[in-house]
Ligand binder design. Structure first.
Ligand code: GDP
Length: 461
């Protein structure tokens, strides 16, 4: 495919030691060459691919030096976009990179849209859609483990699995055609039903296995939305502070998304917790009292995990009991705090109320119990370990919903076989499964979806 040449600043806006202006397209090297003054008259159009060169960026109109740079020249197809790519490494200031970017635009490049570099990699066939989506996940990964999942996906792990399943379906369909066209046996109908049943079962199991990883995958990717609740003064803020303090907090303000609020992430043994900010906690303080148990349950619905804090140095109150009612049925951990003070709380009663929730005793004042709490959180979602290892996690909601659709249509096929309906009807369900799986890797996806997906990227990627 042929595209015009695009340019963008590929490093975050702000001050840094180095900033990069990236160009991609047929004219990339020529445009950079127009602006480049190398040592001893070196020209970028003459250099080997994948080499880096020292020199200056010159404003061709005035002849003035705009920047001192290192320029990497990479010829397609072995580049990120599969096109010719030039990266101009500038000094980090905003003014200097902007000046270089402007000069590339005057020299003939077009300002890239968000995600356009990655989109080109996809359109040029270098990566498939799930790999392109992984690029975005990689940029946004909050913990090492989330990053490993994204890396695995970028390397094509999920794509390979999906391709294998599609191939399986295709071969089955072909086999069925052959059976029908050249029947070897008299009982061809029965044989074909049997074949379809075996293969469809296999595909169904694989899809199910993938979907089973989706809850964990989603947690790793998006973080576990966590709300700390409890009566006033039981130690909610102290808990938040301990969690943030012990685990390097990752404060993110994701650019290019509609969500402007700053979210606080903490990395608890590889599980990214997305904690409500302190203001949010203050609001939930008397949430149950204010709006009642039923409505609180509605509000809390958004949360993946609730941490219910109690004060062990006071007797259980009616409010505490209501809080238990509000969290019933959610994933929750009950934290019995202030154990350094004389105990007044009826622990047997707490155990009864907590039902299946794990109980953890803490003294946040004395820094006790946080380890146990972290262990409890991690083991609630990941038994033993969350090493990415050889598991392929599905983490992206688009993939998850497509896999659910694929599961549905393969189950339709299986029911069809069981009910003994005509084979051509079953073929339709199988074909549909094949198509839906194709959407995950970007075969047969609609152009507007592609535009929308890539527009969520940051500029310069
Ligand atoms: P919140 O209103 O639920 O957010 O509670 P805070 O975290 O603000 O804590 C209320 C008070 O309890 C503060 O004075 C804390 O220092 C104190 N506190 C918190 N945890 C403990 C604890 O484990 N032991 C004792 N003795 N005091 C604590």
């Amino acid at each position: 495919m042929e595209f015009d040449t695009i340019a963008a600043i590929s490093t975050p806006m702000g001050e840094g030691a180095i900033a990069i202006v990236r160009l991609s397209g047929d004219q990339a090297i020529e445009i950079a060459n127009k602006l480049f003054r190398g040592v001893k008259g070196k020209k970028l159009i003459d250099v080997d691919s994948h080499t880096i060169h020292y020199g200056h960026i010159i404003d061709p109109k005035t002849g003035e030096v705009a920047e001192e740079v290192m320029v990497s020249v990479m010829k397609g197809r072995k580049t990120f976009t599969a096109e010719d790519v030039v990266e101009i490494n500038c000094h980090g200031g905003l003014v200097s990179v902007n000046r270089v970017l402007k000069l590339t635009l005057i020299a003939g490049a077009r300002l890239a849209e968000p995600g356009e570099f990655t989109k080109r990699a996809f359109l040029n066939g270098r990566i498939d859609l799930s790999q392109a989506e992984a690029v975005m996940d990689l940029i946004r990964a909050k913990t090492d483990r989330a990053m490993n999942v994204a890396l695995g996906q970028m390397e094509g792990r999920l794509s390979n699995l999906i391709r294998r399943l599609r191939q399986e379906i295709l071969e089955t369909l072909a086999h069925v055609e052959v059976n029908i066209d050249y029947p070897e046996y008299d009982d061809v109908e029965e044989m074909t039903h049997k074949l379809l049943f075996e293969k469809a079962t296999l595909v169904r199991e694989e899809i199910k296995k993938l979907l089973q990883t989706s809850e964990q995958g989603k947690i790793l990717r998006e973080g576990l939305s966590t709300v700390i609740i409890g009566r006033p003064n039981v130690g909610k803020s102290s808990l938040l502070n301990s969690l943030v303090h012990e685990n390097k907090a990752i404060v993110t303000d994701i650019p290019g998304t509609t969500r402007d609020v700053i979210e606080e992430y903490v990395n608890v043994r590889g599980v990214p917790l997305r904690l409500l900010d302190t203001a949010g906690i203050r609001e939930t303080e008397d949430i149950v009292e204010r709006i009642g148990v039923e409505r609180s349950r509605q509000v809390l619905k958004e949360a993946d995990l609730l941490l219910l804090v109690l004060n062990s140095s006071e007797e259980l109150t009616k409010e505490d009991e209501n809080l238990f009612k509000a969290v019933d049925g959610f994933d929750s951990i009950v934290i019995i705090n202030k154990t350094d003070l004389p105990q007044k709380m009826d622990l047997a009663r707490v155990k009864q109320l907590a039902r299946k929730s794990k109980l953890i005793t803490t003294s946040l004042l004395e820094d006790k119990g946080i380890d146990e709490l972290e262990e409890a959180i991690a083991s609630l979602y990941f038994e033993g370990s969350i090493e990415a290892g050889d598991i392929t996690y599905v983490s992206n909601s688009r993939h998850i919903s497509l896999l659910n659709l694929a599961l549905q249509s393969i189950e339709d096929a299986l029911h069809g076989v069981e009910a003994g309906i005509p084979i051509d009807m079953i073929q339709i369900d199988l074909t549909r499964t094949w198509e839906i799986l194709g959407e995950i890797i970007g075969d047969s996806v609609h152009e507007s979806l592609i535009d929308q997906l890539f527009s969520q990227f940051c500029l310069g990627k």
